[in-house]
Design a binder for this molecule. Sequence first.
Ligand SMILES: NC(=O)c1ccc[n+]([C@@H]2O[C@H](COP(=O)([O-])OP(=O)(O)OC[C@H]3O[C@@H](n4cnc5c(N)ncnc54)[C@H](OP(=O)(O)O)[C@@H]3O)[C@@H](O)[C@H]2O)c1
Length: 261
Amino acid sequence: MDDLDQSTALLPGDVRMPLLGFGTWQATGQSGYDAVRAALDAGYRHLDTATMYGNEEEVGRAVKESGLRREDIFITTKLPPEQVGRERETIEASLRALGTDHVDLWLIHWPPSSPADSIPVWRELLAARDDNLTRAVGVSNYSTAQIDELIQATEENPAVNQIRWSPSLYDRQRHAEHRDRGVVLEGYSPFKSTDLADPVLTRIAAAHGVSPAKVVLRWHIDHEIVVIPKSVTPERIRANADIWDFSLTAEEMRDIDALGT
Ligand SMILES: NC(=O)c1ccc[n+]([C@@H]2O[C@H](COP(=O)([O-])OP(=O)(O)OC[C@H]3O[C@@H](n4cnc5c(N)ncnc54)[C@H](OP(=O)(O)O)[C@@H]3O)[C@@H](O)[C@H]2O)c1
């Protein structure tokens, strides 16, 4: 398949982040490598990994052996916050494992357990960005208050907050809070907290002749929320990427949003 019609979110620094990415948590070893190769073949151009996933080497090798140009693939990795004080060596280890001289997005995987560490860790991310080790920096699993604390201290907003998100977790207010601060909302675990047999999803899926899983992914895209489904099953990897030939009506979007109330 050719490159997907990649809808993107614009991050500071003129960085384009594809709204559809490929999740790689629990995709390790040969099956992780195979999944990422299948994803790149299926047209995904955005890969989500983390130091904690233990698969950066497989992700990097799959990128290299795909024959695609590095600049055509958006790669996110994440800092485990217990690495406070060792941020620079952690990203350098990520870059070595991934076989690249920069990532596109580096996230703090979750808020540091000691609130006193929040600002120093964030400053280390900003420094890594300024030294071109990553094109953009952001956070994951942060509340709006925790994001505000970073912005107040540094006048730099995280480009992205990656949080658990799905129709049943839909929160209009929280989405608006991200938008108001110029923080792109990236959802994770789109399927794990979704009942794919929900009658609203199955009705809308039938109307478009697609699966409920595709409706869930398309709902994120139509909200301009980044979504990173994971699969190690080739048919699902391909199917989850094949969401560009339909879109949801305003009424369908409202019906799905209502699953979160
Ligand atoms: N920042 C964080 O704290 C955080 C936390 C969790 C996840 N994440 C990121 O978000 C990514 C996605 O989240 P996730 O892996 O937790 O869960 P997910 O993508 O919601 O769900 C993955 C599960 O759904 C199955 N699946 C995939 N496509 C399907 C389809 N079309 N129909 C039915 N089932 C399908 C997969 O099975 P098979 O693999 O067997 O096909 C797998 O069991 C992760 O891989 C990771 O990159 C980040």
